[in-house]
Design a protein around this ligand. Structure first.
Ligand code: GTP
Ligand code: MG
Length: 284
């Protein structure tokens, strides 16, 4: 999380900051650290509450992260075009300003809620909680959350998602995992997006990107994908369908107590979670 761009202050935690004191630097730095700790603690509680909502309705929540313009919305558009007939999809869009991305999704006939974060360069669990008030989860199988384009801050905020997908687009360069390790380390799947540009931008070496991922201890599977020529789409859609199945099986074995979604829990993070898919499980 950065402490210079105002990303600590969102609608959800403004009151806590006012009640809890100050964020400006002090000589020891202790006050700032303790406020940030309570912000993240509060965020984690709301995130768990959101996750309980998703689970109660058997909805898989997938958080898409990347730097600005890496192709998150384009991927969602391509996904909707192929999956809309067999899957009920909703999208929560996060941007500092504009409804542009939500409008692109709505044009395809899919429900999209736009969150305008204002000065905040990430989504947080409070914002997702607000959005969920406007979404009847009974109507959906999967909710994609498109986070604000930013390779740093979104990784620090649990939203209540089940899975993180990070896009690394070819024009950005293959060393981004090394430079922004936190986000890539939290990923359950890494997509090398805009793969149609690989022949043109030939200094992006996918194997090198994978080496950088391994060097930061990220063992998430990696997919090369182009939303433009649709190469790699099949593997991505397979991954999505498989994850829905994994979640459904998990919830069958671990049914959610309906009353749970109406209060906060401290201990759910300790529950055994279903395994995520490894590279070897993705068909070539
Ligand atoms: N060549 C190529 N261009 C792409 C691909 N996917 C997206 N783009 C282009 O990249 C630009 C940004 O795409 P978006 O889908 O808006 O990216 P985004 O990550 O949603 O952007 P923000 O929401 O602003 O962070 C657009 O001009 C797209 O047409 C792709 O697979 N190949
Ligand atoms: Mg977008």
């Amino acid at each position: 999380m950065c402490d210079t761009c105002g990303c600590n202050i969102t609608h959800g935690n403004e009151s806590l900051i006012k009640a809890g004191g100050k964020l400006e630097k002090t000589e020891s730095g202790r006050e700032a650290i303790s406020v940030l700790h309570s912000l993240l603690h509060e965020n984690d509680q709301t995130a768990q509450h959101n996750r309980d909502h998703f689970d109660q309705h058997h909805v898989l929540a997938v958080n898409l992260m990347s730097s600005p313009g890496a192709g998150k919305t384009a991927l969602l558009e391509a996904t909707i075009k192929q999956l809309d007939d067999c899957m009920r999809i909703a999208v929560i869009e996060g941007d500092l300003e504009t409804e542009n991305d939500a409008e692109r999704i709505r044009k395809l006939g899919v429900t999209a809620i736009q969150i305008s974060t204002g000065s905040a360069c990430h989504l947080d669990a409070h914002m997702i909680h607000q959005a969920l008030h406007n979404l009847d989860l009974d109507d959906f199988d999967i909710v994609f959350i498109e986070n604000v384009g930013n390779l740093v801050c979104p990784a620090s905020f649990d939203l209540g998602q089940h899975l993180n997908v990070t896009l690394l687009s070819v024009p950005e360069g293959d060393d981004k995992p090394a430079k922004y390790p936190v986000m890539f380390r939290t990923s359950d799947l890494v997509i090398i997006s805009k793969s149609d540009l690989l022949p043109i931008l030939d200094d992006f070496i996918p194997e090198r990107a994978i080496e950088y991922l391994h060097s930061i201890a990220c063992d998430a599977p990696v997919l090369e994908l182009s939303s433009k020529d649709e190469s790699g789409m099949h593997e991505w859609l397979e991954w999505v369908c498989h994850q829905i199945e994994v979640r459904c099986n998990y919830l069958e074995e671990n049914p959610v107590d309906a009353s749970q979604a109406h209060h906060h829990h401290e201990h759910d993070a300790d529950k055994a979670q279903p395994p995520v898919m490894k590279q070897s499980e993705i068909s070539a």
